[in-house]
Design a protein around this ligand. Structure first.
Ligand SMILES: Cc1cc2nc3c(=O)[nH]c(=O)nc-3n(C[C@H](O)[C@H](O)[C@H](O)COP(=O)(O)OP(=O)(O)OC[C@H]3O[C@@H](n4cnc5c(N)ncnc54)[C@H](O)[C@@H]3O)c2cc1C
Length: 317
């Protein structure tokens, strides 16, 4: 029997593990992927908006010569944290459900090779974030292999017609990088203007590129269907087609409601934010807590690394 099972080895889950280790609790962190799997899957050349000090966990300095660190530095930092604190991580083990007993909880998990496992514990912390579950556009053709909800790098798309759906940071950053690498980019956004929270240091670049028609921007447009050669859109009620080889649907992500159902967690059906007590982040199930960005449901720009790295202390302090 463990004291704590932590599900998710993202920054929040690792911060919880550090607290558990400091309190000499018997714990293990499960992750369906690698350590900080969500960050591992971020665009390869992305830069964080946070300065290094605001991404630190375990009061351990994150030294970088840059004002804002890049993905590789952040991966290195969190891996270093795991080694430094000798955190117990069972990677490539996915939590699939929870059962309740009179004086303990069981987390049911599945290994990469398909083996079923059961972890008994007094406390469970769910820190599974949101990045594994894209918001689907919900149109025909979205399942074609030319469509992806994850942008990683521009190189394969040189001289190709690439549609980027969305108008916030992820979409704009992907559009810019693709454009810099010679892709023919069409940015399709359902609003009349780009998102209000676009990072101030990329806004002039995208504006200039749209103005010079290096990036074709189509506003007030909703995607209707995706075919092998075209993407069908509707602008102010009028349908049209844009020639297309690849689509990046940068339409955001949401917490895994199926997992919350499998755990028996109550959550707001609209926002998918799990119900919890703010003072200790305990959910409707006694002994089951939430940590990190899962807390804010679909509004995941409200809880991020900077303001959730103390959740371990809130739960275990
Ligand atoms: C492009 C981009 C840039 C960002 N830049 C910043 C920034 O500069 N500063 C900042 O503070 N925030 C930033 N964020 C937000 C930040 O990355 C997230 O808020 C943060 O990763 C959330 O941490 P977390 O530990 O809650 O979840 P995650 O980092 O998402 O970790 C969740 C972990 O849970 C695992 N998992 C999921 N389901 C299961 C399961 N069933 N069983 C086992 N494991 C599971 C996943 O594999 C993953 O490793 C950025 C986000 C994006 C997309």
């Amino acid at each position: 029997m463990k004291d704590v099972i932590i599900v998710g080895a993202g920054p929040a889950g690792l911060a919880c593990a550090i607290e558990a280790a400091r309190k000499k609790l018997d714990y293990v962190v499960l992750d369906r992927g690698c350590v900080v799997n969500a960050i591992y899957n971020f665009p390869k050349n992305m830069t964080f908006f946070s300065t290094p000090d605001l991404l630190e966990i375990g009061e351990t300095a994150f030294i970088s010569d840059k004002f804002r660190p890049n993905r590789q530095e952040v991966l290195n930092y969190y891996l270093k944290i795991v080694k430094l604190f000798k955190l117990k991580t069972n990677t490539y083990e996915e939590a699939i459900g929870l059962s309740r007993h009179s004086n303990y909880l069981s987390v049911h998990a599945k290994t990469y090779s398909g083996k079923q496992k059961e972890y008994k514990a007094r406390k469970v912390i769910l820190a599974t974030g949101y990045y594994d579950n894209p918001n689907m556009i919900g149109v025909k053709g979205e399942d074609f292999s030319k469509v992806s909800h994850y942008y990683t790098e521009a190189h394969p798309f040189y001289n190709k017609e690439v549609a980027v759906v969305g108008g916030n940071n992820s979409a704009v950053e992907a559009a810019l990088e693709l454009c810099h690498h010679g892709a023919k980019v069409t940015l399709i956004h359902r609003e009349a203007t780009l998102g209000k929270k676009i990072k101030y240091w990329i806004l002039p670049d995208i504006k200039k590129r749209i103005e010079k028609k290096l990036v074709k921007a189509i506003f007030n447009a909703t995607v209707q269907e995706i075919s092998r050669e075209y993407i069908g859109i509707r602008i102010n009620g009028k349908r049209s087609r844009v020639k297309n080889d690849f689509v990046f649907a940068m339409t955001g992500y949401r917490p895994d409601s199926k997992l919350m159902d499998a755990f028996g967690l109550k959550y707001n059906p609209k926002t998918l934010a799990p119900k919890h007590i703010p003072k200790n982040l305990e959910t409707n199930i006694k002994g089951v807590h939430v940590a990190g960005s899962i807390i804010s449901g679909i509004n995941n720009n409200r809880v991020f690394i900077e303001n959730s790295r103390d959740h371990g202390k809130v739960i275990l302090g």
